[in-house]
Write a protein that binds this ligand. Structure first.
Ligand code: SAM
Length: 172
């Protein structure tokens, strides 16, 4: 099981990015997202996607990040913090893939120093500054080795019929 913990979310300015962290996590094979802030709007928009496009992705706001990390570890899971200061993903991802339960922590503006110590792995996706969405997407893709890309959602109310030109959707 792979889940994401989103920390540092500021409701007044991070709604769109945090929603996209959740949507990227869902589309690229994670089981759910814990949000270390109260934001019903983000929860509602991700749940709306889940209800139409299928799957069982969960999103939980109002989480305390320290407690979330502790509980995850207590249950035998490992914690991967994505940060440009960490060790290269390319060196670590095979080892991480062999582990059972992985919580991926991504930040917003500045991540508390304590997170670096609590994480089992601090992992960089390049050593250049970019984004929580791009780093998460690349990490999940390497973790699942691309197997997430053609996943099907049998309970979807709507799905896309891939087309060379135009937009084809099937509703049920
Ligand atoms: N400057 C902030 C800091 O020092 O913690 C990070 C800001 S960045 C916009 C937001 C998040 O994107 C980070 O917390 C990290 O999770 C992710 N991120 C950005 N660049 C990254 C990279 N090269 N490798 C891994 N994660 C990265």
């Amino acid at each position: 099981e792979v889940a994401v913990l989103r920390i540092g979310h500021r409701p007044e300015r991070d709604q769109r990015v945090t929603t996209h962290v959740g949507l990227a996590a869902r589309a690229l094979g994670a089981r759910g997202m814990y949000l270390a802030a109260d934001d019903r709007g983000v929860v509602a928009s991700i749940q709306d996607v889940v209800s139409r496009w299928g799957g069982d992705f969960f999103v939980e706001d109002g989480v305390k990040w320290r407690q979330c990390i502790r509980d995850w570890k207590a249950a035998g899971g490992i914690v991967v913090h994505l940060t440009m200061y960490g060790l290269p993903m390319t060196d670590l991802v095979d080892e991480i893939r062999s582990l059972d339960r992985v919580l991926i922590v991504v930040g917003a503006e500045k991540v508390p120093g304590e997170v670096y110590g609590l994480a089992d792995y601090n992992v960089s996706v390049t050593t250049q500054p970019h984004s929580e969405i791009s780093s998460l997407a690349l990490f999940l893709d390497r973790l699942f080795e691309g197997s997430e890309l053609n996943r099907e959602y049998p309970d979807a109310k709507i799905r896309i019929e891939p087309a060379k030109v135009g937009k084809k959707t099937v509703e049920r």
